[in-house]
Structures are given as C-alpha cells and as structure tokens.
Design a protein around this ligand. Structure first.
Ligand code: ADP
Ligand code: MG
Length: 240
C-alpha cells in the first residue's frame, strides 16, 4: 500500500530523517516508538506530504506521490491524520467539525454528511455531543471527535501522531479503545505512540526510531521481548 524508499529530510543543516526504507501492507497496524527528537513526527508528516522530503521516494499504491503536486490533495483524502493536539475548529459544533471536509472537499450532500457524521460520532461514543462546541468537551472526547472527523473522509489509511500524549491519564483508555476498534476493523494505521501496552497488543509491527534512523523494525513480540539493538534495549529499559 505504501512504500518508502531512501527517504531523507533536512531541516536546514540538520538531517532529521536518514535513509528511511519501509513498506506498509493494507490492513497493517504499525507503531512507531522512539525518543523525543528522533524524527517520528517528521516521518509521519512526510507520509502525507505535510512535509516534503529532501530526497527519496514515497509510493502510494504504486504511484510516486512526489511526482505531481496535484496528487497531494488526492493523497491527503486517502491518508488521514490525527494529531497530538486535536485541532478542532473551535467555532464549529462537533457535528460541523465532522461534516465540514466531506461537504467542502468530497462534495457530499449536507444531509448525507450529517447522517455519516452521526454514525461516526456514535462509533466513537459521542452521539449525544453532536451539537455542542469542542471547548465543552474533555481532551479525550475532543480527540475522539478528531478521529471521527478523519474517518468522515473515508480514508484508506490513518496516521496518528501521539494521539494520547496530551491527555490526562484517565482519558487515554477511551481513545485507545476507539483506535483498537479501528484496527480490528482492518484500517491501515501508522501510530506514533508512547503507549507501549497498546503497541504490544495492537500492532503487527513496531518500528524503533532513533537519531533519524529506523533502528529496528519487527513484530511487537520481538521488539519487546527480544530487541536486537543496544539502542532499542536502552530505550525500552527507560520506558517500560
Ligand atoms: P519526534 O517526533 O521523534 O520527537 P521530530 O520529527 O519532531 O521528532 O523532530 C526531529 C528533529 O527535527 C528534532 O531535532 C527537531 O528539533 C527537528 N525539527 C523538527 N521540525 C523542525 C523544523 N520545522 N525546523 C527545524 N528543525 C525541526
Ligand atoms: Mg513528535
């Protein structure tokens, strides 16, 4: 579904991503772990071209997405993103947050978008919050709205950048439950996370990044019980 070939990204003089190679199959759940500053967010942002790689190639379903800038819009429709800070539109209701992109970008009728949004809000456990404003919700609820909003575009793949890091601990579980449900339903997901329990339980693969490199890419079983690299071992001993 997605193939990354020799990806490199510089911010000024700093090489933030170094020779990243990766394939993601449809239906896979891939968790990315690693210390702060290792390039996880930059990598995720490169995957849907929120950042433009300095060199290397990204193929989505066989098409080189950096060939044509006109493909960026198409790519972003297919590859949704959920951020650490939920970035909901504060002056729109929950329902409007979810319906806006389908109506404006996918040209879905308002009625259809409303119906779909209500279904999605039900799915994330927030059907009764459709008509309130985001500021009245907890962080966990806002993040679930952000997930519903991403799903409203009918994405083929979802990228999550530390979706629970900004949440109070007691609110993390509800968000992870929604993500687990999506994973079970077969959504292709790439998740940058510090939730090692989630990574272990849900992912098909875990990628450990450090210093701009993919150091290790393996099954959760191998990464968590039998890490091969010194740096993976050190990182895990600090976080587990
Ligand atoms: P992570 O998500 O793993 O914490 P990031 O991808 O955010 O790592 O950052 C990787 C490195 O790139 C860090 O050293 C960070 O300071 C640097 N960096 C990230 N974004 C920018 C930017 N827009 N300009 C300059 N440096 C950046
Ligand atoms: Mg980050």
């Amino acid at each position: 579904m997605l193939k990354v070939n020799k990806l490199s990204k510089y911010h000024g003089e700093l090489e933030v991503l170094k020779n990243i190679n990766l394939c993601i199959e449809a239906g896979q759940v891939v968790c990315i772990i690693g210390p702060s500053g290792s390039g996880k967010s930059t990598f995720l942002r490169c995957l849907n071209l929120l950042e433009i790689p300095t060199s290397g190639k990204i193929f989505y379903q066989g098409n080189n997405v950096m060939d044509m800038t006109s493909e960026i819009k198409e790519l972003r429709k297919k590859v949704g993103m959920v951020f650490q800070r939920f970035n909901l539109f504060p002056l729109k209701t929950v329902l409007q947050n979810v319906t806006m992109a389908p109506v404006l970008i996918n040209k879905v009728s308002k009625e259809e978008a409303n119906n779909m949004a209500l279904d999605l809000l039900k799915k994330v456990g927030l059907a009764e919050k459709a008509n309130v404003y985001p500021s009245t919700l907890s962080g966990g609820q806002q993040q679930r709205v952000a997930i519903a909003r991403a799903l409203a575009m009918n994405p083929e793949m979802l990228l999550f950048d530390e979706p629970t890091s900004a949440l109070d601990p007691e609110l993390v579980g509800d968000v992870l439950d929604v993500m687990k449900q999506l994973a079970k339903e077969g959504m292709t997901m790439v998740v940058v996370t510090h939730e090692m329990g989630f990574a272990r339980e849900i992912s098909d693969r875990v990628i450990f990044m450090d210093g701009g490199y993919i150091i290790e890419d393996d099954t959760p079983q191998e990464i968590f019980t039998n890490p091969k690299h010194k740096r993976t071992k050190e990182f895990l001993s600090r976080v587990l």
